[in-house]
Design a protein around this ligand. Sequence first.
Ligand SMILES: Nc1nc2c(ncn2[C@@H]2O[C@H](COP(=O)(O)OP(=O)(O)OP(=O)(O)O)[C@@H](O)[C@H]2O)c(=O)[nH]1
Ligand SMILES: [Mg+2]
Length: 342
Amino acid sequence: MGLFDKIKRAFTGEQQAPSKEETHYENGLKKSRQGFGAKLNALFANFRTVDEDFFDDLEETLIEADVGYDIALKISDALRDEVKLENAKSKEEVSNVIINKLVEIYEEEGKDEDRRLQTAAAGPTVYFFVGVNGVGKTTTIGKLAHRYQEQGQKVLLAAADTFRAGAIQQLEKWGERVGVPVVSKGPNSDPAAVVYDAVQKAKQEDYDILLVDTAGRLQNKVNLMKELEKMARVIAREIPEAPHEVLLALDATTGQNALTQAKQFKEVTNVTGIVLTKLDGTARGGIVLAIRNELHIPVKLVGLGEQMDDLRDFNPEEFVYGLFKGLVVDSKTEASDDSDSE
Ligand SMILES: Nc1nc2c(ncn2[C@@H]2O[C@H](COP(=O)(O)OP(=O)(O)OP(=O)(O)O)[C@@H](O)[C@H]2O)c(=O)[nH]1
Ligand SMILES: [Mg+2]
């Protein structure tokens, strides 16, 4: 069943019981769904006819939901075409065109996307985490360490954020909580030296996976980027095909700012995947659509909370479904005013 059909079924109450994963996404996306849904519902509440005012309002609503300027324009163009063809007049038809088009653009942009995390054919797999301060790198490493540990893999962490006071202890705390060792040196030591030691240890002691934490901030941006390049070089010298992933953490609550960060990191590191954190804390899940449309770097993992278990592989279908599902249901119950009562 196509994604749009699935969403339609949810509208009409014909959907099957959600899987466990669906439920997790739905909980994590509650705010986004309500925010997105509330915005589009407000738009439709004032719906009389599709005129220039409506197009303006639509574009504004979509931009506010963080889908990005590009997508907002594409949607309103698509709607213009449908209106010309007289295929969209009623509120329901218009809303269908919008959602259908959003899903279509999203699927089209992502059709060659590989979301799997790459692993080494032999020897340790190395994942290198980058991102500005506070986005959730260290937390994601803790969660991922927990996941691999549970799977019976031998996990090692590298505390290469030697810049921020407390960063090493924070990672060590995760190491203790999860039960995996952490390679560290003192505060302000050379992060590349930490990485070197960690890679050596991972090779000599047959670790399956090494997760490298890095600083989100140095004296300035140039220094930070240079430092990241240096670490990546050290890793590649010791294990030629490593790092197997350069994972950029982006905070979903920062909206379009996250896109700017991604473009900057993309220039200096070979970012292979995005970890979109704090999706549970934003009402603007449209950022996922903007990322795909503008960056062409796959979102591979999503953070849905602060706990060890709150990390998921990104499942675009469940995500988009979660985003629009409430909308469909809400438009059905438009007669009543308490549609936000979940
Ligand atoms: N709600 C929520 N909070 C998160 C998530 N991921 C991380 N956080 C919180 O965000 C804050 C910052 O996370 P860190 O992991 O320390 O971020 P960082 O990128 O390592 O930051 P620096 O070390 O300063 O560069 C912490 O309070 C985390 O608990 C998430 O998916 N959801
Ligand atoms: Mg950190």
